[in-house]
Write a protein that binds this ligand. Structure first.
Ligand SMILES: O=C(O)CCC(=O)C(=O)O
Length: 307
């Protein structure tokens, strides 16, 4: 459980974190957020799910539904920082930034947040590498997964294949047809055991930092009740372009819908843009089609031409 007083930035053993990350492709740091910060983020998660922070593509209008009912129907909300000032501020949490500097470098930008809710009974996500979805060119993609509940094997913590980032190979993906997982595809053809890997249990307030090439998955929440909540932000070196497809067939040369976290932005002269919108992670292929069609339509409507 997160303590009242979080770890102070100076007390984080950055050498240990960097060594673990370089060797395994991930590193867990306990107590980066205080109990009060975790409680505030969980209250914010409920407000986001109730629609109080703004519109979310694919969200249920919620009429007549309790908060628990509403939240138990959602696995994750993508891009909550677009509507939640608290989620936006947490991206540059003072205890997270020093770790990002140690793992990525002095100049760091972020392009994505995801708020996982994952109520008891909800599925996990099959083996994948985040760099498959968010290409950084310099392999600097790093996730910071903040546990908002104690994440355990029982309630569906993440699992990683240690050192799987080292080969620098992005393995192919295909549909899995496995009811334990949501509708996102699964990596295959790699040398790692499908039922293997190391569980990454994280206490509330702790953060798992993981490399964009590390193979990871999560299993369903098998607890009898409750949530397994987590706020995840994806970061990369600000020096590298972000040729991100965002669900379209063709990548843009550099998506500038970013948040600067620390240091200098060498491409500041290009300005920023709004490309992404908050949306509910679809639970099946049919919902996915409708949600991604609406997101594509929004992108077309707001398309900006960058220099
Ligand atoms: O939290 C989960 O269940 C999955 C998270 C994940 O795979 C990710 O953030 O890339």
């Amino acid at each position: 459980m997160a303590e009242g007083t979080p770890t102070q930035p100076g007390a984080i053993d950055l050498d240990r974190v960097r060594d673990d990350y370089v060797r395994d492709g991930f590193a867990v740091v306990d107590s980066l957020l205080s109990r009060a910060e975790v409680d505030a983020l969980n209250a914010e998660a409920a407000a986001i799910a109730r629609g109080e922070r703004g519109a979310i593509v694919g969200a249920d209008a919620g009429l007549g539904k309790s908060e628990t009912q509403l939240m138990s129907e959602v696995i994750a909300i993508h891009f909550p920082h677009k509507i939640s000032p608290m989620a936006l501020a947490t991206m540059a949490h003072p205890n997270i930034v020093p770790v990002l500097r140690a793992l990525i470098g002095l100049n760091v930008k972020a392009m994505q947040t995801m708020l996982f809710v994952k109520h008891a009974g909800q599925p996990g996500q099959a083996w994948h590498q985040d760099e498959h979805f968010i290409p950084t060119r310099d392999r600097s993609l790093t996730g910071a997964w903040i546990a908002l509940d104690d994440a355990t094997i029982e309630n569906g913590c993440m699992w990683m294949h240690p050192s799987s980032h080292k080969a620098g190979v992005l393995w192919p993906m295909r549909p899995h047809g496995d009811a334990r997982f949501d509708s996102a595809d699964e990596a295959f053809g790699h040398p790692y055991a499908r039922e293997g890997g190391a569980p990454v249990e994280v206490r509330a307030g702790g953060v798992a930092f993981f490399n964009g090439y590390v193979l990871h998955r999560s299993l369903p929440n098998c607890a009898s009740r409750g949530f397994r909540r987590a706020l995840v932000t994806h970061y990369m070196s600000a020096e590298s372009l972000l040729p991100w497809t965002l669900g379209a067939a063709k990548a843009r040369s550099d998506v500038r819908d970013i948040v600067m976290i620390c240091g200098q932005d060498p491409y500041a002269w290009r300005g920023l843009e709004e490309v992404t919108s908050p949306y509910v992670r679809p639970q099946n292929a049919e919902r996915a089609k409708a949600i991604y069609a609406e997101l594509a339509e929004r992108r077309r409507a707001s398309d900006t031409t960058l220099r």
